[in-house]
Design a protein around this ligand. Structure first.
Ligand SMILES: [Zn+2]
Length: 342
């Protein structure tokens, strides 16, 4: 347990949603009972790390209204330069490396363990491991001892998308909080706060699936235009009975197949639910009134999802499926469940 001597409740200014989780954290802070290991799970881009930073800042803030987000300690926590804040992040391969046993590289699990053996400047460490569920089993096992017996006063916040890839031994020693996607209104508020303005804000909010990360990406005009271009092309092709008009643009490099597919899926599911009603909310070229056509597109996207990896050519796959979607038998795919489509 960490003892909070002067710390007050967590400053939640600028944090949207997650009221239940914030309430739990605040009550732990208030009772001075925050555990040395916390696990935050939930989809990416919904604010887990922001909240983790806030908890860590409250450990080091020099002011009474902690974290004030203003004092030099808070600023250094936020800029990542506070000496006793240690952050692990995923590398280029999307994983946090375990690190060499004898000479662990910077940012690896073993590097962290070594670092925690040295004494801190302020008397305690704050640790954020963003992507604990990407650490291999042996890496998580190496981490376990630190989680069981952390240096005095240390607070370790583990962040991951799902608890299913976290060793149960780590899980059982951590306080687990799961975070849900944000509501559309929360995403809208955040975009407003960030002073992000752009065309089709309504559309961005609808298809971001409660992820601020996705919404921010879509506020980039090039990205949004590509998504719109793809969706218009698909909408037109399906409505014209598979006739392909013009060629599809290449995807910008910043846009992955996974991202495009997830956003398109979200878009057509919303269209099916009837939440998109007019061409004021979205470009007219995307609007499909015929629900059978929308279902057909969703079927194609589901089929793509089961066969998709990032080496695959999105353009040729979607063309192939458009040609064959009337005949294709979904039993060849991993049996998607259509019961939720009304
Ligand atoms: Zn402060």
């Amino acid at each position: 347990m960490i003892s909070y001597t002067e710390q007050g409740l967590m400053n939640t200014a600028g944090i949207f949603g997650h009221s239940r989780q914030l309430k739990s954290l605040n009550s732990l802070i208030e009772k001075k009972m925050i555990p040395s290991s916390l696990l935050f799970t939930g989809a990416s881009g919904i604010g887990k790390k922001t909240i983790a930073k806030r908890v860590i800042a409250s450990l080091f803030c020099a002011e009474s209204n902690s974290p004030c987000l203003d004092c030099s300690n808070c600023s250094r926590v936020y800029s990542g330069t506070f000496p006793d804040l240690i952050e692990l992040e995923k590398d280029d391969k999307g994983k946090i490396p375990v690190g060499d046993r004898n000479k662990p590289e910077y940012g690896s699990v073993r590097w962290l363990i070594e670092k925690l053996n040295n004494s801190s400047v302020s008397g305690r460490y704050g640790v954020i491991i963003d992507g604990v569920d990407t650490i291999s089993e042996s890496g998580q096992n190496a981490l376990l001892k630190t989680i069981e017996e952390p240096p005095m006063g240390t607070c370790i916040i583990l962040i991951g998308e799902s608890k299913s890839r976290v060793l149960h031994t780590i899980l059982s020693r951590s306080l687990h909080l799961n975070f849900n996607p944000l509501s559309n209104d929360d995403v809208k508020e955040i975009l407003k706060e960030q002073d992000k303005d752009g065309q089709y804000k309504e559309l961005v909010m609808l298809i971001s699936g409660g992820s601020v990360e996705t919404a921010m990406k879509l506020m980039d005009e090039t990205v949004l235009n590509s998504v719109i271009e793809y969706a218009s092309w698909i909408s037109a092709a399906v409505q014209s009975g598979g006739e392909l008009s013009g060629d599809l643009p290449d995807l910008p490099k910043s846009l992955s197949n996974d991202f495009l597919l997830a956003v398109l899926m979200e878009f057509y599911l919303i269209m099916l639910s009837g939440k998109i009603l007019s061409g004021n909310e979205i470009p007219k070229s995307l609007l499909i009134k015929d629900k059978t056509a929308v279902k057909k597109i969703i079927k194609i996207l589901l089929a793509m999802r089961s066969g998709l990896d990032n080496n695959m050519n999105f353009k040729s796959m979607i063309k192939g499926l458009l040609y064959s979607c009337d005949q294709f038998d979904l039993s060849g795919f991993s049996k998607p469940d259509f019961t939720w489509i009304k």
